[in-house]
Design a protein around this ligand. Structure first.
Ligand code: NAD
Ligand code: UFG
Length: 338
């Protein structure tokens, strides 16, 4: 029996595949390399010393996906495949809705056909919208301010409806806060195309001289130092949470939502200062305008994941900053560095 990982060559997917292989699971990956590189497959092999199967397919290609289910004994699916850039989703909403929603519907249809009714889904803290007061709990009202966020909300609803229609499904919806860091080996990590949208990849590119300085988006928020506060979580902690969520659905039916964060918020300046201190590098920055759509503060109440999955983040901000830099230093051009 194998675990199918969609989007398994991406940032979070690749780290989760490593944890799955290290835990003794058989793994089948599908990815279309829209936002990842084939080299990651060698790196996963290198880290784990284990074999796994890979199919280069788009999850919307139902015939190809059907073949994957026919050729392998799939027990459960961890579904990462999706597009994730908020700004881009505003520019090309049809592409986002089609990729994320049609892709998920196609996947669920094939799963149903093959009697595979266990799925872990990557949702996002973005579904807490602009109006809730942190710490966010899973039962708070949800909303979205952009097409990307709406795809996550809609998929959550789709999965809940599937469970209502057939309660032999086991569904785990994971709302990630801000994943950063990289595997301790420095062999896999986040490898964004073009100018990074997110804070950590931007900082690492400034630190290694690829970009001149960081633009800090606003210092007039109602926070300790005026800059935005987020719940950063080490990607390896996040990956391990997927194993716990998987174990739970393998032996239970139902649909459950879990926040995955540390429960602690750090400001942009906290992150810059910690990164500079632990890595002994400079991170020049300037303060600029707020980025539209950003909330002042976002952090999780992660206690449900602890109570029901027995999972808790173990790594701190220093670990995250050290591991992000270790990956960037070893791979200045990401997976194209060779
Ligand atoms: P990523 O872009 O690194 O990984 C996604 C992978 O899916 C990529 O390898 C991409 O090539 C693949 N993919 C996309 N569309 C596909 C399709 N139609 N068919 C096959 N493969 C496809 O992103 P990530 O950071 O690893 O995120 C994984 C998931 O977690 C995404 O669903 C994302 O929305 C969600 N998420 C990410 C964050 C974050 O900050 N990184 C936060 C919350 C939620
Ligand atoms: N920031 C900067 N400069 C940058 C990039 C970010 O100051 O160049 C700041 C942001 O304003 C924010 C913090 O750093 O205060 C974190 O920003 P990120 O872009 O790294 O993360 P976000 O919390 O804004 O976005 C993340 C995911 C989105 C998701 C969103 C809401 O990347 O996919 O969380 O959950 F929608």
């Amino acid at each position: 029996m194998a675990i199918l990982v969609t989007g398994g060559t991406g940032y979070i997917g690749s780290h989760t595949v490593v944890e799955l292989l290290d835990s003794g699971y058989e793994v089948v990956i599908v990815d279309n390399f829209y936002n990842s590189k084939p080299e990651v497959l060698n790196r996963i092999q290198d880290i784990t010393g284990k074999d796994f199967k890979f199919y280069e397919i788009d999850i919307r290609d139902q015939e190809a996906l059907d073949k994957v289910f026919s050729e392998n004994q799939i027990e459960a699916v961890i579904h990462f495949a999706g597009l994730k850039a908020v700004g881009e989703s505003v520019e090309i909403p049809i592409t986002y809705y089609h990729n994320n929603i049609t892709g998920t519907l196609m996947l669920c249809e094939v799963m149903q056909k093959h009697g595979v009714k266990k799925i872990v889904f990557s949702s996002s803290a973005t579904v807490y919208g602009m109006d809730n007061k942190p710490p966010y709990t899973e039962d708070m009202p949800t909303s979205a301010t952009n097409p990307y966020g709406r795809t996550k909300l809609m998929i959550e609803e789709i999965l809940k409806d599937i469970y209502v229609s057939d309660n032999s499904w086991g569904i785990s919806i994971l709302r990630y806060f801000n994943p950063i860091g990289a595997h301790a080996s420095g062999k896999i990590g986040e490898d964004p195309n073009g100018i990074p949208n997110n804070l950590l990849p931007y900082i690492t590119q400034v630190a290694c001289g690829k970009r001149e300085k960081l633009y800090v988006f606003g210092d007039d928020y109602d926070t300790n130092d005026g800059t935005g506060v987020r719940d950063y979580i080490h990607v390896v902690d996040l990956a391990q949470a997927h194993i716990k969520a998987l174990e739970k659905i393998l032996s239970n039916t139902g649909v459950e939502i879990y926040n995955l964060g540390t429960g602690v918020g750090y400001s942009v300046l906290d992150v810059i200062n910690t990164f500079a201190r632990v890595n002994q590098v400079e991170v020049p920055y300037v303060i600029t305008d707020r980025r539209p759509g950003d909330v002042a503060t976002s952090f999780a109440d992660p206690s449900k994941a602890f109570k029901e999955l027995g999972w808790k983040a173990a790594k701190n901000l220093e670990d995250m900053c050290r591991d992000s830099w270790n990956w960037q230093k070893n791979n200045p051009d990401g997976y194209s560095s060779e």
